[in-house]
Design a protein around this ligand. Structure first.
Ligand SMILES: [Zn+2]
Length: 268
């Protein structure tokens, strides 16, 4: 159904026979109007996800993400956005059959520095048949990872290829932001249908103060334990004293430690 027969390609939607275009990889079925993508080995339906976010709204989402708990303090205020690119990014979309739980697997169809985008979640209802008239073709990135490679990746992740019911090419709208912080450049992607932010690297909270904090805790509690033991050894009612010093000492020590931890979390 989806393979080449002589010089015709069969539409994956209506089974109509289309002529193979000479140099185009993107094609519109002459019978049903479906968008078709032609790989060397495979003919698949071509879908696109609509963008729901304007540039300013996407930037708002990025700033909110920057203000999050894993990012360095005030990143949302201090990061300087140097560039924003909008584009439709190609991904191979595989859906397994009902018996296998109708799982969806995505694999970038071109190289990207942000591997996090594999985690993108696309509700099936959001797939729209690609139509040249509705989109600016120059915003579409052509796939260069072939269907075969994507399928091999799927096999490597342990998916039974026979259970794959649907294979599509899907273009997903992205705003890619480049920003500077502390003399370094970073990038993050806002997926423009859901507004979710994806990034592999960002200016993270420094771990050093938390490590020092951890060491401080160990030292404090070790000291109290030793103190309890020594005091207990001097007392004839040994066990009572040890337990009392421990409970009281731990309680007392935890107050400044909690305050320091709170201060670090606020500051870093
Ligand atoms: Zn068709």
């Amino acid at each position: 159904m989806e393979t080449f027969t002589s010089n015709k390609i069969i539409c994956p939607q209506c089974a109509g026979e289309n002529d193979i275009p000479t140099d185009e990889k993107f094609l519109e079925c002459v019978f049903c109007g479906s968008a078709i993508y032609i790989d060397k080995k495979k003919v698949v339906s071509h879908y696109v996800i609509n963008s729901n976010f304007k540039k300013e709204e996407a930037e708002g989402n990025l700033r909110r993400w920057m203000a999050g708990n894993f990012q360095v303090k005030d990143l949302d205020k201090l990061a300087q956005i140097s560039q924003v690119n909008f584009y439709y990014f190609p991904m191979w979309y595989f859906k397994t059959d009902k018996a296998s739980g109708e799982m969806i697997y995505l694999q970038p169809a071109t190289s990207t520095s942000i591997s996090e985008i594999k985690k993108i979640n696309i509700p099936a209802g959001n797939l729209k048949v690609f139509n040249k008239k509705d989109f600016n073709q120059s915003e579409f990135i052509d796939p260069d990872v072939l269907f075969d490679s994507a399928q091999n990746w799927l096999k490597d992740t342990g998916v039974n290829i026979d259970s794959v019911e649907t294979s599509n090419l899907v273009h997903i709208p992205f705003y890619q932001f480049y920003y500077n912080y502390g003399g370094k450049q970073y990038t993050a992607i806002v997926e423009a249908s859901s507004g979710k932010v994806y990034a592999n690297m960002w200016p993270a909270k420094s771990e050093a103060p938390f490590r020092i904090m951890f060491a401080l805790c160990i030292i404090a509690f070790l000291f109290i334990s030793i103190l309890a033991f020594v005091l207990g050894a001097m007392d004839k009612d040994f066990y009572m004293t040890v337990e009392f010093v421990k409970i009281f000492g731990y309680g007392l020590a935890s107050i400044p430690l909690i305050l320091i931890a709170y201060y670090i979390a606020k500051k870093v």
